[in-house]
Design a protein around this ligand. Structure first.
Ligand SMILES: *Cc1c(COP(=O)(O)O)cnc(C)c1O
Length: 390
């Protein structure tokens, strides 16, 4: 049981996840295959399986965020007709996992869904088979889940990725739904700009802490010194940062020690400082909701560690190096990563832990000896593979 402090515990949440925490397990083959450094520290790489956190279709990190949006969706009324929500509307790149998870939630709640997919992406223009890219993977699954799919044409807006922050291009779609007598509810890309979007992963920090103290070791608690996670639209990373800060504030908690959390940027369309400021804002917003005493002081720019070095050629483009890492995990540990996010994150983990050494010598365990545990967050996304046939 994940226990949260107040006021966090009282924020309404509609459960989509299993009642038990998503599993955490070691990756033994990967761990032993990484070059060991001439120190006495042993590093173990673990995976937290957010791709196995919910029974709903295409399970991944968006369900955790959507749990906190559902109470708002269910209580929302149209300002003009007072009717309840009929239709969830969301957007993403063509193979967006987020849209499929929103479609699954719509089906589960008995609502309709409209999925808006951006065609003007590097991933689509570089796809080896564009017709296939438009029809398979998450697109096919959205259709199975009952969504209506509209493509946003290349000239309808100037966008290069799915994480730009304007919604002007959405308005016409919301208006036509309203004209048809529907009440739409818009969920921004990745749910990150939704005011409640960061809460799910703040809660996940408490779940991880609970697993550290109660589940993973019978003899002693196991603390994850360094956590790696994808940073796309950003509220997964931002929520984790806020949640672990709140844990630190709860100094009585056995897992209250400070963590290193590194976000592997997946879509660095702007300078690093832009992404850093964005994550900082999202983390502080989540922090103020969950009860950080002084979010602006408690969460500092130094808490937002982003690495743009593993993004590859463009968002959702699968480079040879990422494919290599995916194959290494698949053939070594029998674990399937995804082509857009977790493959790149794992490249980052291998870079930081292996070849480059954990760039934090001397931290945490006092520099010499001991055990380090690295946690890789598997955020899902495997349903996109069909669109990446060679
Ligand atoms: C959306 C997504 C992410 C990124 O999460 P953000 O909160 O948008 O940064 C990572 N992995 C997968 C598989 C995703 O679908």
């Amino acid at each position: 049981m994940t226990t949260l402090p107040e006021p966090f515990a009282s924020i309404p949440r509609h459960q989509l996840l299993y009642p038990h925490p998503s599993p955490i397990h070691p990756l033994p083959k990967l761990t032993s295959s990484l070059p060991s450094k001439p120190t006495t520290t042993t590093t173990t790489i673990w995976a937290k399986r957010e791709d196995q956190s919910s029974p709903l279709a295409c399970c991944g990190n968006k369900f955790r965020k959507l749990e906190y949006l559902i109470p708002d969706i269910l209580s929302h009324r149209s300002p003009t007709t007072s009717s309840p929500v009929t239709t969830l509307v969301t957007e993403g790149g063509i193979q967006s996992n987020h849209t499929a998870q929103v479609a699954a939630v719509a089906a589960y709640l008995g609502l309709e869904s409209l999925v808006l997919l951006h065609r003007n992406t590097a991933a689509f223009s570089s796809a080896s088979d564009q017709t296939n890219y438009l029809k398979t993977g998450n697109v096919q699954i959205c259709t199975l889940l009952g969504s209506t799919i509209h493509y946003l044409e290349p000239n309808s807006q100037k966008r290069t990725s799915t994480n730009e922050d304007t919604t002007d291009h959405i308005e016409p779609h919301l208006s036509s739904l309203r004209e048809a007598g529907k009440t739409p509810y818009f969920i921004p890309s990745g749910a990150s700009l939704h005011p409640l979007g960061g809460l799910g992963y703040a809660r996940c920090a408490f779940e991880i802490a609970d697993q550290e103290t109660h589940h993973l070791s019978h003899t002693q608690s196991k603390i994850f010194d360094h956590i790696f996670v994808a940073c796309g639209s950003g509220s997964t990373l931002a929520g984790l940062i806020a949640g672990f800060k709140l844990l630190q504030q709860e100094s009585k908690h056995p897992s209250s020690s400070p963590r290193k959390i590194t976000g592997i940027l997946i879509s660095p369309t702007k300078p690093l400082s832009y992404h850093q400021t964005r994550i900082l804002t999202l983390a502080r917003e989540a922090g103020s909701k969950i009860g950080l005493r002084n979010p602006a002081q408690d969460i500092t720019p130094e808490d937002v560690v982003l690495d743009a070095g593993y993004a590859g050629s463009a968002y959702a483009v699968l480079d040879g190096s990422t494919r290599g890492v995916v194959e290494r995990l698949a053939r070594g540990d029998g674990i399937l990563l995804d082509p857009v996010y977790t493959g790149k994150v794992m490249e980052g983990v291998m870079g930081w832990v292996g070849e480059e050494g954990l760039r934090e010598e001397g931290d945490g365990d006092g520099g010499g000896g001991g055990e380090k545990n690295v946690l890789f967050i598997h955020t899902g996304g495997q349903a996109a593979w069909g669109a990446y046939v060679q």
